[in-house]
Design a protein around this ligand. Structure first.
Ligand code: PBG
Ligand code: ZN
Length: 333
């Protein structure tokens, strides 16, 4: 055999196999998505998202204490209001007595080492379930009022930042929201104290179903195709990433993860080589992996590792994953 044909010598040992990775998988790469409801005692299973729950503020300790003990470094909070009055403008999003702001206060106090990101969107709080404001046009159509949406989203992001969030993460996909949020943070004196993680390349995926069950954020009519990106869009995803960098995003996210690794890899190599890159392994990806394992297609742990190893190979520096609690155990053993 030719010398140049022999590769196996480089990965015959478990340790030398690890050296072949672009980066080693570590606990601090994981950010855990948490659903927080306004029923303080709630601890409710979510049928389509096996193993995940909606948590009331009084139960957060039960969830977080063991995870922090195992090395959990960061969470991303999603509010799930069930008792409040939703309105067309997502009024409850920045209610100081609402679940997200209450959770920020509690976590800052009880778990000072935990990094708190907050998802910023209106769909959990609007009566119509869309991520922005709607406008009813004279021709009978209903579209998004982008300018008004952006103003409101910046207001909500600022409220979370003021409450003590270390990071605000707009997932709404309105045009210009990154710039508006960054400006609001700077004007409030928080420009150097709050990270802006943009869901930059967020695609209109069928894999958000379990999340919408969990968060109660399914649109009451229509879909999100006029603001989330078309799954086949290549150039548009690149433009969205370039735009968000120009508008001041500190971290760029690609979402979902596995089917969109080409976008992640382009961001790593060309579009955002100087930024941390986040990949969101979304609810449907998690549910698929769990369902496949239950159906005997593969071993859960092996498949979960393969999925995140591939996400890191493509260039992610952090991964938002519902498997985070499992990885805190698995990365110890
Ligand atoms: C809300 C939001 C969604 C997700 C994160 N933020 C749902 C959506 O856009 O419909 C999806 C996360 C997941 O599926 O795990 N804008
Ligand atoms: Zn939304």
């Amino acid at each position: 055999m030719d010398i140049s044909s022999v590769l196996q010598g480089g990965y015959h040992h478990p340790l030398s196999r690890e050296w072949q990775s672009r980066r080693e998988l570590t606990k601090n790469m994981f950010m855990y998505p948490i659903f927080i409801t306004d029923e303080p005692q709630a601890e409710v299973e979510i049928a389509s998202l096996p193993g995940q729950k909606r948590w009331g503020i009084e139960k957060l300790d039960r969830l977080l204490a063991p995870l922090v003990q195992k090395g959990l470094r960061s969470v991303i909070l999603f509010g799930v209001p069930v008792n409040c009055q939703k309105d067309p403008h997502g009024g409850p999003a920045d209610d100081p007595s609402g679940p997200v702001i209450q959770a920020i206060h509690l976590i800052r106090k009880q778990y000072p080492s935990l990094y708190i990101a907050c998802d910023v969107c209106l769909c959990e709080y609007t009566s119509h379930g869309h991520c922005g404001y709607l406008v009813h046009n004279p021709d009978g159509s209903t579209t998004i009022d982008n300018a008004a949406s952006v103003k409101r989203i910046a207001q909500v992001a600022l409220a979370y930042a003021k409450a003590g969030a270390h990071c605000v993460a707009p997932s709404d996909m309105m045009d210009g929201r990154v710039k508006a949020i960054k400006r609001a943070l700077i004007e409030a004196g928080l420009g150097n104290r709050c990270t802006l993680m943009s869901y930059s390349a967020k695609f209109a995926s069928a894999m958000y179903g379990p999340f919408r069950d969990a968060a109660g954020s399914t649109p009451s009519f229509g879909d999100r195709k006029c603001y989330q990106l078309p799954p086949g869009a290549h150039g548009l995803a690149q433009r969205a990433i370039i735009r968000d960098i120009a508008e001041g995003a500190d971290i760029i996210m690609v979402k979902p993860a596995l089917p969109y690794l080409d976008v992640l890899s382009q961001a790593r190599d060309r579009l955002a080589p100087s930024h941390p890159l986040a990949a969101y392994q979304v609810s449907g990806e998690y549910a698929m992996i769990v369902a496949g394992a239950r159906a005997g297609v593969y071993d859960l742990r092996t498949m979960a590792f393969e999925s995140v190893n591939c996400i890191v190979r493509a260039g992610a520096t952090l991964i938002l994953s519902y498997f985070t609690p499992e990885f805190l155990d698995w990365l110890d053993s």
